[in-house]
Design a protein around this ligand. Sequence first.
Ligand SMILES: CC(=O)N[C@H]1[C@@H](OP(=O)(O)OP(=O)(O)OC[C@H]2O[C@@H](n3ccc(=O)[nH]c3=O)[C@H](O)[C@@H]2O)O[C@H](CO)[C@@H](O)[C@@H]1O
Ligand SMILES: C=C(OP(=O)(O)O)C(=O)O
Length: 440
Amino acid sequence: MVSKIRVLGGTPLRGEVTVRGAKNLVPKAMVAALLSAEQSKLRNVPLIRDVDVVSDLLRMHGATVDYDQEAGVLGITPGSINLPEDPVEMDKLAGSSRIPILFAGPLLHNLGEAFIPDLGGCHIGSRPVNFHLRVLEDFGARRIQEAAGMHLIAEKPLKAKPVHLPYPSVGATEQTLLTAVMAQGITELTNAAVEPEIMDLIAILQKMGAIISVDTDRTIRIEGVDKLRGYSHTALPDRIEAGSWACAALATGGDVFVRGAEQQSMTSFLNVFRKVGGEFDVQDEGIRFWHPGGELHSMALQTDVHPGFMTDWQQPLVVALTQATGISIVHETVYEERFGFTEALNEMGASIQTYRECLGGLPCRFGQRNFYHSAVIQGPTKLRAADIDVPDLRGGFSHLIAALAAEGESVVSGIDIIDRGYEHFMQKLRALGANVVKEG
Ligand SMILES: CC(=O)N[C@H]1[C@@H](OP(=O)(O)OP(=O)(O)OC[C@H]2O[C@@H](n3ccc(=O)[nH]c3=O)[C@H](O)[C@@H]2O)O[C@H](CO)[C@@H](O)[C@@H]1O
Ligand SMILES: C=C(OP(=O)(O)O)C(=O)O
């Protein structure tokens, strides 16, 4: 695993990269396979760490998992699953991922019991799991152990109950779907998240035999069934990775064709990209993103749940905004602490000030609560090389973009976090002409 790289910046990124299946869908589709004993087949699977973690967790529960990395095809055959012999072993796996909590519903249906290791994922806020627990309790689950991780039990069969989410959480919506599909009765889920990755998960569950309808008002209705079959599915492309390469093209003054990128799930991103002054061309095989020359424009925006501007695009976009003329305002409404990465950008010459107030949009959950969740970016600023520590997945990729746009040689440490969401990123950077070298 690479932990430190040297980046000689100043060269516009030019060329082509391919994105495969979405990090925010693939591991969940893998968990869904546990709802049937039959084989499921998932295509367009990228080589990212969360896929490894979930593969190992599935194997620990007795499933057979085969992954052809090059073809991107994953076969999962659960057969008759069991609880892991040594639940402590699971903790070693889970540290970097938030997916293990989604094993709860399928395991409770199968075994009436589940061990969930401590969750990982990016540190961009407190990220509690209270909505997940509330959902599981609604279906009859009880928590019987407060030590490391979580031990849940439930009487089978699980019974449907109305579920209302205080906020349209992606994970809690998925938790509800994966639990409700085989619960007795009809689950009405209100205030659900409707991200494209959730729609793809619903498509998979429907292929398996589930009955799920989605209304226009964030209500999802799930009619429980007794049995599900295996699925065959091609994962939707990773819109976050696609947007990240687009921002890298813009910030470095480059031109990148992102093979596999898809317009429909990126509408809000594409609008912002165009307003900032970037050009794009949607083609059958992907989307070309480029800097047309001249000035980039500042703008005000806020991150939001789908169909709003996704929070995971925020960090790469902020780097591009450091190169725009004027004052941009970004209001982060999904996570309370997602601007920590701007400190390193300021050290590199950017001018970004963070505020507790809700700027640039409507008041959000974090207003008056002491969280620095709005940023004001003054540009354009020349970026200079620095030694940087990667804080989290998207923050880390943003630092990489900044190092690529900066003059001079930067050293970026802790780079392996980026493997969580960017397949073969070193090869891709080199293919785009970046001067990046592994340290040691
Ligand atoms: C693996 C995966 O798919 N990760 C994505 C998923 O994360 P994840 O599913 O963790 O994000 P959620 O949508 O659940 O979180 C949104 C907000 O709800 C809060 N919350 C959530 C659950 C809960 O039980 N209690 C609670 O308070 C969170 O702290 C956060 O402030 O959706 C996020 C929002 O699009 C993305 O940024 C992540 O990339
Ligand atoms: C926040 C992210 O992921 P996770 O929920 O897996 O930590 C992300 O992908 O930017």
